[in-house]
Ligand binder design. Structure first.
Ligand SMILES: Nc1ncnc2c1ncn2[C@@H]1O[C@H](COP(=O)(O)OP(=O)(O)OP(=O)(O)O)[C@@H](O)[C@H]1O
Ligand SMILES: [Mg+2]
Length: 236
C-alpha cells in the first residue's frame, strides 16, 4: 500500500508549553488509523498541526509524497479534511447550507451534485432535515452533519477529533459503522478518540499518546488483547 501521510519528528507549543514532543507517524492509503490517549495527551494538537491550524516548531509533515501545504485551505484542496472536536456545525444555517460550506473550495458542479446525493443516501436523516437549522439537530445528528460536511470536500484523508464525545453508545456504534463504510469507499481515516474500545474495533492500526509523545504503535487487535496496556494508558 502506498503511504499517504508521513509525520516525522514534529513538536508544537502553546506559548512556552510544549504540547507535542517529537511525534512521528504514518498512514497508508486505505487505512483506518486511531490515535488514542487520555485527556491532554496532545491528540487535538496533533490534528491542529495536520490541518495547519497550528504551527509546527520542528519536524516535517508530508502528504502523498510532498510537503503538506502551509495554508489550511490548501490542505483541504490537497485532499485532507478535519471533522473538528465539538462538531462545530453552523447552528444558524440549514443542513443544506452547512453541507455547501464543506464543498466551497470545489468548482466541479456535477461532482458536487453527485457527492450530495451520496451523502444523503448515507445519512437519510440529513436529507429529511435538509431545510432545518443545524442548531435544531440532536447531538448525534450534528455529528453526522459534521462528517457529511467533511465528505463534501471529497477528501482522500478524513481526520476526526473525538466523534463519539457526549453521544449515547448506540449512536457511537452507528457512527463507527459509517466510518467503516466511508473507508470502504476509498477514504483513508485518522480517528482521534478517548473511547478506545470503539475506536479499536474499527481500526487497522493504532498509536497511543501520552503527555505529548507517541508511546506505542501497533496492530489494533494486538493492542486490544493487551489488558494491562489498555488499563495503563486508556483506563478501560
Ligand atoms: N489553547 C491552549 N493553550 C494552552 N495550552 C493548551 C491549549 N490547548 C491545549 N493545551 C495543552 O496542550 C496539551 C495537549 O492538549 P490537547 O488538547 O491536544 O489534548 P487532547 O489529547 O486532545 O485532550 P482531550 O482528550 O481532552 O481532548 C494539554 O496539556 C493542554 O492543556
Ligand atoms: Mg482533544
Amino acid at each position: 500500500m502506498s503511504e499517504l501521510l508521513n509525520v516525522s519528528g514534529i513538536s508544537a507549543y502553546y506559548g512556552g508549553i510544549q504540547a507535542l514532543r517529537d511525534v512521528s507517524l504514518r498512514i497508508d492509503e486505505g487505512e483506518i488509523v486511531s490515535v488514542l490517549g487520555a485527556n491532554g495527551a496532545g491528540k487535538s494538537t496533533l490534528l491542529k498541526c495536520l490541518s495547519r491550524e497550528m504551527k509546527v516548531r520542528r519536524g516535517e509533515i508530508r502528504f502523498d509524497g510532498k510537503p503538506l501545504p502551509a495554508k489550511s485551505y490548501s490542505v483541504v484542496e490537497g485532499g485532507t479534511v478535519i471533522v473538528p472536536e465539538g462538531r462545530q456545525i453552523f447552528t444558524k444555517l440549514t443542513v443544506w447550507e452547512n453541507l455547501q460550506i464543506g464543498c466551497c473550495l470545489r468548482r466541479d458542479r456535477d461532482g458536487i451534485a453527485r457527492d450530495l446525493e451520496r451523502v444523503y443516501a448515507m445519512f437519510p436523516r440529513l436529507k429529511e432535515r435538509e431545510k432545518q437549522y443545524g442548531g435544531l439537530l440532536s447531538g448525534g445528528e450534528q455529528q453526522m452533519l459534521a462528517i457529511a460536511r467533511g465528505l463534501m470536500a471529497r477528501p482522500r484523508l478524513m481526520m476526526l477529533d473525538e466523534p463519539s464525545l457526549g453521544l449515547a453508545p448506540i449512536i457511537v456504534s452507528q457512527i463507527m459503522g459509517i466510518l467503516t463504510e466511508i473507508n470502504k469507499t476509498g477514504t483513508t481515516i485518522l480517528l482521534v478518540e478517548q473511547n478506545a474500545r470503539k475506536a479499536l474495533s474499527i481500526s487497522h492500526r493504532v498509536y497511543l499518546m501520552n503527555v505529548g509523545r507517541i508511546v506505542r504503535e501497533g496492530d489494533a487487535r494486538e493492542l486490544m488483547s493487551d489488558g494491562a496496556l489498555m488499563e495503563a494508558y486508556l483506563g478501560t
